[in-house]
Structures are given as C-alpha cells and as structure tokens.
Design a protein around this ligand. Structure first.
Ligand SMILES: Cc1ncc(C[n+]2csc(CCOP(=O)(O)OP(=O)(O)O)c2C)c(N)n1
Length: 600
C-alpha cells in the first residue's frame, strides 16, 4: 500500500520518480499521514494541505544544501516523510518517535527547532545574508501560511528583505485559514488576488510556456513577465509585495504538481527576493477534514484520557460575565477555539476581537480598550504570550491597567514539544510590578477567579494548564488568600500551585497541604504563622524567578524554616510526553515523597 513511501528515503530518491509517479506518491503520503495522525494525534488539516507543495519543493530544490524553512512547522510531515523519517511516524509526537515540528536535532533537513509563528522570513533572510557574506551558493526557501502572515514579525522581515534584496524565495501557502478562518485586511487582500479571473489564465500560460522552453531561469522569468503584461496582470491588485521590493508571482494552484515544479524551477535561479503565492486547501483529499479544517487542526491521539479542559470553563464563565457586564470584551490571537472564546464570539460579536497571530498587538490593544473604559480579557496560551513580554510590562503594568490575561496551557504541554511548554510565565510575570498572578485548583475555582477579576482594577494574570482531573468540593469566593486543604501534626508544609501539583501533594498523606492559589502577592499572613518546619513549594513552572524562589526569599532571615522547591530546572525540556517531562524535571509523586521523608 505504501510502496512508493518505502522507495523514498531521501530527497534524492524522490527525484528518481517521474512527474507522473509524484501524484501517486502524494496519495500515499496522504493516506499515511491520516493513518499515523489518527493513531498518535497531531496536526492533520494543515499537513494534508501541503502534500503536493512539499513534494514539488523537494523535487526542485536540493535539501539540505538548499534550505527549506517551514513557518510554525506544524505542516512539516510530508517534509519529514521525504527526508527519511517514515519509521518515526509510528510514534509521532511520542518519546521514541519523531517530533511534530521541525527539529534541528532530529535531521540535517531541519534547520531550526520551531513551533511559534511568523519567524520563517527572518530565519530565512538571516541564512541568505550569511550565505552571501561567506560566498556560498544555495537557495533559501521560506514557506509561510496566510495565518502566519498575520504576525507582525513577517512584516518586519519583509520590510528588511525588500530593502536589501538578497536572493531568497518566499512561498506563501494561502488556504484562507489560520486555525479557524483567517482574519484581517491582509487576508481580504489575498482573497482578492485568489478570486481574480486571471488565476486560471496565468496558470495555463505558465504550463504552456514551460513546455515550450528548453531551460529555466532568469530568461524564463522575463518571458513570464511578458505573459503577465500581455494579460494585463497589473489589473490584479498585486502591488503590495512589489512595493515592498519583493517580486510577486501567482496565484498558483498548490495541488497541481507539474505547475508547482515549473514555477519553482522558474524562480530558482533568480537573483532577488521573490514571493510565490500558492493556493491550497486545508484538509485536501479527505472530505470530512476539508469540510471542517479547524476541527482537525490538532487531533488528539486515539484513546486519549479525558480530563476536563479549562477552556470549556472559560467559555461558560466569560459568556456569563458578558451577559451581566456590557463592558466585558474578549480578545484572541487566532486561537478562539483553543482558548474557549468561540461561544463568546457568537453571542457578543461586537465585543469580541480575533486580531490574528499577533499577541503583541493584542496586549497593547487591550491597554487601549481598558483606557477607554472597557474590561478586556485576553485569552492566550502561555508560550505564545512570551511574544508580548514587553507589551505586558510597558502597556499594562506601568499604568496599572485592569486588563486580565487568561493564560491557557500554562505548565507542561504534551505532544507539541519544547517550543510549547508553558513553564516560563510565573517567572516573567511575577517580575513585573503591579501584576497579580493566580492559578486555580479546579474549574469552579477558575470561575471564582474570573468573578474576582471583575472587581480587580489592576493587571491580573490567571494561569491554568490545558485540563484538570479533580473537581474539589470545597469552594469559597476567591480573594488574595491561600487555602488550607489539609492540616496535620507534621512539621512539613506543602505549598502547591494549581490542580496538578495539588493532586500530587494530596497523595502524600503525612504533610500539611496548602493551595497557593495566588502566586503573587504571597499570602504573607499565612506564611508568618508558619514559624518553624519545612516548606515544600510545588509549581508547574521554572524554578528560576518562580514561586519557590519568592517563598524562599520571604524566609531569608529565618533559621527555623527551611524551604525546598520542586519545579523545572535550568534546561530545556524536549521530551514529548507529559509524564516524561515531569519525570525529567523531578516533579513527581516519588520525588515529593522522598523529600517529605528527608524533612521529617
Ligand atoms: C506565536 C504563535 N501564536 C499562535 C500559534 C498557534 N498556531 C499554530 S498554527 C496556527 C495557524 C497558522 O495558520 P497558517 O500559517 O495559515 O498555516 P495553516 O495551518 O493554515 O497551514 C496558529 C495560530 C503559534 N504557533 N505561534
């Protein structure tokens, strides 16, 4: 069934296939991706959409000498298949298998370890410049989606690339989708280009012209330019990229392998930056996925254990708050489903903003909304909020603005790997004056914290992981105090932050257990009452600058209280499975029990 897949273990093997065989190869790649993603989980619709494009890229360019850089990298499965990693798909996104994103350690064909959006043009032009300075000769191809093109970094790079004009190729993979439908003026601009009647005409002529030409390159480009003129190509509003100093070609059908090969050969030998606008269909080839590409953006592994996602709690509570308070507005950076804002967007469309993959803009825009009288909530994954560090500090914290950050995926993230771990936010947010940081023990407490946020006129961050397992029964309205969960006669006190840490802490039945639901400010009243013994802090975050360090600093001058901290040390955690990550960090039930024994 996968005979062609077995034949192709490198880009060189791919080049041995005829153009006709490539289409059969594409079918096998699709079936294989479907099978492996259904089994292991992963990014489905984006990968199905770029099968032909990736095949054509590897057919025309010579990786790893030529550098193919995928933006975000969630769509790199075909690239991994072509570059000898078929076997790794048995454990895709699991330890012992391959990662779901490009990874420099995994293959010489992956030039960067990626996962965050809109960086490929910067990475690419950096390599192109180094190439020129070192007098080397290779191509740099950055493949970027229309979703990723909503991120500011892409424009910063374009601004730079167009002015300096190093040779590089930008392939814009336009499927009109980010995770959900793409947004923004740029997306509308692409729609105009796509819908242009000239699309098929250009496509036809490229094919015809290529057949007639004995070789490709600059001369062919000139021919194509003449064709463009003949068809009054300038009528198509394609001037944006050209005004940036980047030559634009397109739009082309991204599922037509012969056309893609022709066009890529055409631009391969040009000496300036070019952009190829390629139109693809997300989920291509599988009807159910084509119809609901957003739902299949990320697929869970078969038989995945079902805990309760915190985003469903946010969804319900934010709608309730929107109903009772007309000043409540919700903001997402292209993650409405993932962060639980979709319901709110349907109920209160005029109080909901999807700004695209633009976390920095989202944060500063929230500052504006707040300044002018509204109550903004920015729901965002922890690792993506890293983008907006300065905006949170400068635009939210300095002026002490009542903006609430709802920080999802805060803590360990399974499957996506090193770029997606949400373990840094405690450290960087608690460093900011005026910021309050909370973490709930379960869904009801998250609702109570969101209720608290309505009365909080200061910067507030509520962080929570993807999901929780235990729903605790005791709940009081939330204030800035901590909560005693269990009192014993022991001289050991566990201060647990968040659901997972609390679940682990309660498995030890000797120590006192306190839920430290407010990470900053510390509950100093409670701490003052613990004047001797051992305190063990537990957090799903890095130790440096974390909660444990804050508690330790509180007892700096105490000889009778000793603070021990469980958390994430000063290395990157590149395991793929949640349990393996916790084990690497030494944040486990066993580690806690050993520590409690030592303290007794
Ligand atoms: C900084 C950042 N924010 C959010 C995300 C989450 N994310 C992953 S893929 C994606 C959509 C990308 O859309 P596009 O570039 O068009 O690629 P497609 O999946 O449509 O092929 C988003 C928002 C991310 N990876 N990085």
């Amino acid at each position: 069934m996968f005979d062609l897949l077995e034949k192709v273990n490198s880009p060189l093997d791919l080049k041995k296939l005829s153009v006709e065989e490539l289409s059969a190869y594409a079918t096998q790649v699709r079936d294989f991706v479907m099978q492996k993603v259904t089994q292991n989980g992963g990014h489905l619709s984006s990968n199905l959409g770029v099968v032909e494009l990736t095949i054509a890229l590897h057919y025309v360019f010579s990786s790893p000498q030529d550098k193919i850089i995928f933006d975000v990298g969630h769509q790199s499965y075909t690239h991994k298949i072509i570059t000898g990693r078929v076997d790794g798909f048995d454990k895709l996104r699991h330890d012992g298998g391959i990662t779901g994103f490009p990874n420099e350690k995994e293959s010489e064909h992956d030039h960067f370890t990626t996962g965050h959006s809109s960086t490929s043009l910067s990475l690419g032009v950096g390599m192109a410049r180094a190439r020129d300075i070192l007098n080397q000769d290779y191509n740099v191809v950055s493949v970027i989606g229309d979703g990723a093109f909503t991120g500011g970094m892409a424009y910063e790079a374009l601004n730079d690339i167009g002015a300096n004009r190093e040779k590089m190729i930008i392939v814009l993979n336009d499927n009109n989708m980010s995770i959900s439908k793409n947004v923004g003026a740029f997306s509308q601009y692409l729609a105009k280009l796509r819908l242009s009647k000239k699309y098929t005409a250009i496509k036809y002529n490229v094919k015809k012209s290529v057949k007639a030409l004995p070789f490709f390159g600059d001369r062919f480009v000139r021919v194509l330019d003449r064709i463009k003129d003949n068809f009054k190509f300038s009528l198509i509003p394609n001037k944006m990229f050209e005004n940036f100093g980047v030559k634009y070609y397109g739009p082309f059908d991204g599922h037509d392998i012969p056309t893609l090969i022709s066009v890529l050969k055409m631009v391969k030998n040009t000496t300036r930056p070019v952009l190829l606008h390629v139109v693809t269909k997300k989920g291509k080839g599988v009807e159910t996925v084509e119809e609901a590409p957003g739902a299949y953006h990320g697929v869970s592994p078969a038989g995945d254990k079902k805990s309760t996602p915190y985003c469903s709690v946010v969804s319900e509570k934010l709608c309730e708050m929107g109903e009772s308070d007309e000043k409540v507005v919700a903001v997402t950076a292209a993650m409405s489903d993932g962060t639980g804002l979709t319901e709110f967007s349907k109920k209160y469309p005029n109080r909901y903003f999807d700004v695209g993959i633009a976390e920095q803009h989202a944060v500063s825009m929230c500052a504006g909304l707040q300044k002018a009288g509204l109550k903004p909530y920015f729901a965002v994954y922890s690792s993506f909020l890293q983008r907006a560090y300065d905006q949170v500090l400068s635009d939210i914290c300095i002026d002490n603005r009542g903006v609430t950050l709802l920080i999802d995926h805060a803590g360990v993230v399974g499957g996506d790997g090193v770029t997606h771990q949400g373990i840094y936010d405690i450290s960087y947010l608690t460093a900011m004056p005026n910021m309050t940081v909370m973490q709930p023990k379960d869904g009801v407490e998250l609702k109570n914290m969101m209720q608290f946020s309505l009365t909080c006129a200061r910067p507030l961050a509520i962080r929570y992981p993807k999901s929780y397992e235990t729903e605790y029964s005791e709940h009081k309205p939330v204030d800035l105090s901590w909560e005693w969960i269990r009192k014993t006669n022991s001289n050991v006190y566990i201060l647990a932050v968040g659901s997972k840490m609390l679940d682990i802490a309660l498995k030890n039945d000797e120590a006192n257990v306190i839920s430290a639901r407010v990470i900053k400010p510390l509950d100093e009243e409670l701490l003052k009452n613990i004047s001797s013994g051992h305190l063990i802090t537990m957090e799903e975050g890095v130790l440096r600058g974390g909660f444990g360090e804050m508690v330790n600093a509180f007892y700096e001058h105490s000889d009778s209280v000793k603070v021990h901290s469980l958390g994430f040390g000063d290395v990157f955690f590149d395991k793929l499975e949640e349990n393996a990550i916790f084990a690497c960090a030494g944040v486990t039930e066993t580690a806690l029990n050993e520590l409690v024994e030592k303290c007794k």
